[in-house]
Ligand binder design. Structure first.
Ligand SMILES: N[C@@H](CCC(=O)N[C@@H](CS)C(=O)NCC(=O)O)C(=O)O
Length: 234
């Protein structure tokens, strides 16, 4: 029987199935990347809800695994060399899961790096820019009279959507015929921008036909529909 008791995070979120990969998350655009990947891969895992309402992400137990106090994070009892592996940062987790299973990332070296390039593009561009737009459009920032910060993130989000739209012309997914971790990284953020953030009109989403087409294909995947609701909110 696997013993994860050396990991303090399991004291707050006990592992009912310590032989399974433990997921600490919340269904946000970064959180669902990992639950969607796990659902796509069919890996056995145990989800744990990290509630922002109770500031779980700043609890000592959570910080013991991720000092950066952000979801998602995982603890894989069967990591490299058969040893437990704790990991945070959604991009790193996606790559780890892809490498662990040999799926969702091309085996060809050049195509693999190209996939990572798009994952990094999401991590460094789409996530931070769309996130700031959400702050200035939907959350506390919307009350600021000075609209220059909001407009800066609108412009940057539109630029990123255009880059994505052009990339998708003639391609089924970001990497062509192959559905990869690049799609799993990018699409939850695009969905969130027009859904939860309600910024579709602001970024003139109707202009981006290819983006709309692939977003629809992504949300139609059964594994995506399941992953979007994991961990279930209390
Ligand atoms: N670069 C990180 C970002 C993670 C992130 O920003 N998570 C947000 C939810 S989407 C969070 O945990 N926020 C809680 C907080 O800031 O206190 C990743 O991709 O994993």
């Amino acid at each position: 029987m696997t013993d994860l008791s050396a990991f303090a995070i399991t004291h707050k979120w006990p592992a009912e199935h310590p032989d399974r990969l433990q997921l600490y998350s919340l269904p946000t655009p970064n959180g669902v990347k990992v639950s969607i990947a796990l659902e796509e891969l069919g890996l056995p895992y145990e989800p744990h809800l990290v509630s922002f309402e109770t500031q779980d992400q700043t609890s000592p137990a959570f910080l013991s695994l991720n000092p950066n106090n952000k979801i998602p994070a995982i603890l894989d009892p069967n990591g490299p060399g058969g040893q437990p592996l704790a990991l945070f940062e959604s991009g790193a987790i996606l790559l780890y899961l892809a490498d662990k299973t040999g799926q969702l990332v091309p085996h060809d070296a050049a195509a693999r790096y190209e996939t990572l390039q798009w994952v990094m593009w999401q991590m460094g561009g789409v996530g931070p820019m769309f996130g700031q737009l959400g702050f200035f459009h939907k959350f506390a920032g919307k009350d600021f009279d000075d609209k220059r910060p909001r407009d800066r993130y609108v412009a940057e989000s539109k630029r990123l959507l255009k880059v994505l739209d052009e990339r998708l012309a003639g391609r089924t997914w970001v990497m062509g015929d192959t559905y990869t971790i690049a799609d799993i990284a990018i699409w939850p953020w695009v969905r969130n921008l027009v859904g939860f953030y309600g910024a579709g009109e602001l970024v003139e989403f109707s202009q981006y036909q290819e983006v709309q087409r692939v977003l629809a294909a992504f949300v139609a995947r059964p594994a995506v529909a399941r992953g979007l609701a994991i961990p279930a909110r209390a």
